[in-house]
Design a protein around this ligand. Structure first.
Ligand SMILES: *Cc1c(COP(=O)(O)O)cnc(C)c1O
Length: 254
């Protein structure tokens, strides 16, 4: 669909779509601090990341370890920050910490441990190789926002979109805060399918408040995609993850 466009035409298209999203953000965020816009480039080629960087985009998001690693190594854009936002297997931690500034999908203790080890190893490797040091990894704890029944079970509202249960957050936060190489940034969630995004993000904001009682610096809220960025901003989102409204509809699932 986009294959027939020249780079200049594609850049114009991306620029227009980016502009529309930015004006939606500024009308929804009116008054509040401007959120960080993470442009989700999954399924789109490295050439698009390059064009976006040229349009002033500073943060990009990817959700598949292999695709992200390949793209990050082929795009040499100064100061571009990569955010890993998809479900992550612990054995991919080593690869992800080579390029990612943040992981938004941390949902279990074993992943906290794996990321901590991987960052420490990568920091040591860069020191030895005389390369630029790697900063600590920003960790967002992903929460499953599906409504829980009184007994703790998840009531029928759709399939899991990843994430820890709300009652697991405090323990995960403690572990991340104590792990060298990691910086606990805050929480992340995807609105459950079929749920009211505003209600879901209000629950996320409350969980963020609880988290900040023990970890005052962990004030980031990563929430809001193309379809629900307004609801996310109304509920305090600091990081938006926007894909299709900027890149266009994703190619059919591979
Ligand atoms: C794909 C994806 C997004 C972007 O979704 P759009 O609806 O295309 O804006 C945001 N967050 C996560 C976790 C994703 O996987």
């Amino acid at each position: 669909m986009t294959a027939s466009l020249t780079p200049a035409e594609r850049s114009t298209e991306l620029s227009q779509r980016l502009q529309r999203v930015r004006s939606r953000i500024s009308s929804a965020a009116a008054g509040a601090a401007a959120p960080t816009l993470i442009v989700v480039t999954k399924y789109f080629p490295a050439s698009d990341v390059h064009l976006l960087a040229g349009l002033g985009v500073t943060d990009v998001g990817e959700n598949k370890a292999q695709e992200a690693a390949a793209k990050a190594s082929s795009v040499q854009a100064q100061g571009l920050k990569w955010h890993f936002i998809g479900q992550l297997q612990s054995n991919k931690a080593k690869s992800v910490v080579r390029y990612a500034a943040a992981v938004h999908s941390v949902d279990r203790l074993s992943l906290v441990t794996a990321l901590g080890k991987a960052v420490a190893a990568e920091q040591a490797r860069r020191t030895q190789a005389g390369e630029q040091p790697r900063a600590d990894l920003d960790v967002f704890l992903q929460v499953d926002l599906r409504e829980q029944a009184a007994g703790g079970g998840l009531s029928g509202a759709g399939a899991s979109r990843g994430g820890a249960l709300p009652q697991e957050l405090a323990g995960l936060a403690e572990a991340a805060a104590e792990t060298a190489g990691l910086r606990l940034a805050g929480v992340m969630a995807v609105a459950p399918l079929g749920a009211d995004a505003g209600e879901a993000f209000a629950r996320l904001a409350a969980l963020s408040g609880e988290l900040q009682r023990d970890h005052p610096g962990a004030d980031a809220i990563s929430a809001g995609m193309s379809g629900d960025l307004e609801a996310a901003l109304e509920n305090g989102a600091t990081h938006l993850r926007i894909g299709s409204d900027i890149l266009g509809p994703r190619p059919a699932v591979r």
